[in-house]
Write a protein that binds this ligand. Structure first.
Ligand SMILES: [Zn+2]
Ligand SMILES: [Zn+2]
Length: 344
């Protein structure tokens, strides 16, 4: 039995167009929030965000994809401290993204496993967003470790503007034409173990950002913080009021207030007053454009961190089929692979 619980992305256009009347919003908030929590828990996304919920992890992955293998190399490239680096490398190894090769008398080398290599399209989705909406627009503000050039599709030799399309119908995928569906017949949602860091998000927040929070590009601040990412996911699924976000994400009032402020400062949410003193939060165009990143995180989390078929399936409403995202070269229309994409 398929139970559609989508207060989801497909409901966005309505929400973006006009603010709903206060009574409707209150009445809908419980169902909407429940749906958000269940959707997050019914896919590998929550587990992926638990792992990625740290800006250093994303920086290290980018460094690894550029070919860095050595402990000292990571320090040189990212400015990370030895203790934090050791902890993050251990976490990446434990999650199966990295393997550690040790040869007696030589420094250990870290290599991406198949699971780690499969992360390439998540980084591609992030790169594409940064180019259009983030620091890519202002070259002097680009972080030094971000690729400067356009990606080149080696199969056709042209610079490629990667487009996220539906593998089934070939249409460009947007946030407004999909629906998350939960299959109630699939096994119950296993509870992920909570680590000390996850149990103390504020500590993690400080630890992950104390060094150079302001220097981090927007996406690392959004997805490199588990709670920012959860607030974004809830907003993409229809949460609008403080109560909506609080119920959907289960973040305490203080930390949630700070996340809502930060996401506004990052240009992802816009607050507007309604019903007197209350505020509601709307996604900006830049936030809606992060949708392919969300899809990639769900895909990658489902494949590598779930262990079986997760209960949630995303349907592409244009063709009615289960959505499989494919990156396409805008020049020759062929599918892009990790091996056929080069950053100059
Ligand atoms: Zn389709
Ligand atoms: Zn091409």
């Amino acid at each position: 039995m398929i139970e559609s619980i989508n207060p989801g992305v497909a409901s966005l256009p309505v929400a973006v167009r006009a603010p709903p009347a206060a009574p409707d919003l209150d009445g809908a908030s419980t169902a909407r929030a429940l749906g958000t929590r269940r959707q997050l828990q019914a896919s590998g996304a929550a587990r992926a965000l638990d792992l990625l919920g740290d800006a250093w992890i994303l920086r290290l992955l980018r460094s690894l994809f550029r070919g860095e293998r050595r402990f000292s190399g990571f320090i040189q490239e990212t400015g990370i401290s030895r203790a934090v680096l050791a902890d993050r490398l251990e976490r990446l190894c434990a999650a199966g993204l990295l393997s550690r090769d040790e040869t007696p008398g030589r420094h250990a080398l870290y290599r991406l496993t198949d699971c780690g290599l499969d992360f390439w399209s998540v980084l591609l989705a992030m790169w594409q967003w940064e180019s259009r909406w983030g620091t890519g627009l202002v070259k002097p503000q680009m972080p030094h470790d971000r690729p400067r050039g356009e990606p080149v599709h080696t199969a056709c030799g042209q610079s490629s503007d990667p487009r996220p399309v539906c593998a089934c119908c070939g249409e460009l995928v947007t946030a407004f034409e999909t629906r998350g569906e939960i299959d109630a017949a699939r096994p119950p949602i296993p509870v992920a173990p909570v680590t000390a860091l996850q149990a103390n998000p504020e500590r993690r927040f400080r630890q992950s950002h104390s060094a150079s929070r302001e220097d981090l590009p927007t996406l690392m601040r959004v997805y490199g913080d588990r709670w920012n990412a959860s607030v974004m996911a809830a907003a993409l699924q229809g949460a609008r009021t403080f109560t909506d976000f609080s119920e959907a994400t289960e973040i305490g009032a203080g930390p949630l207030t700070r996340r809502l402020q930060e996401l506004q400062a990052l240009g992802m949410l816009r607050a507007r007053a309604y019903a007197g003193s209350r505020s509601e939060y709307r996604l900006t165009g830049a936030a809606v454009a992060t949708f392919p990143i969300t899809l990639e995180i769900i895909r990658w989390g489902d494949r590598w961190l779930w262990g079986g078929q997760p209960p949630m399936e995303i349907r592409h409403l244009r063709c009615g089929k289960a959505l499989r995202l494919r990156w396409q070269c805008a020049h020759c229309q062929q599918g892009l692979e990790r091996q056929t994409l080069r950053f100059d």
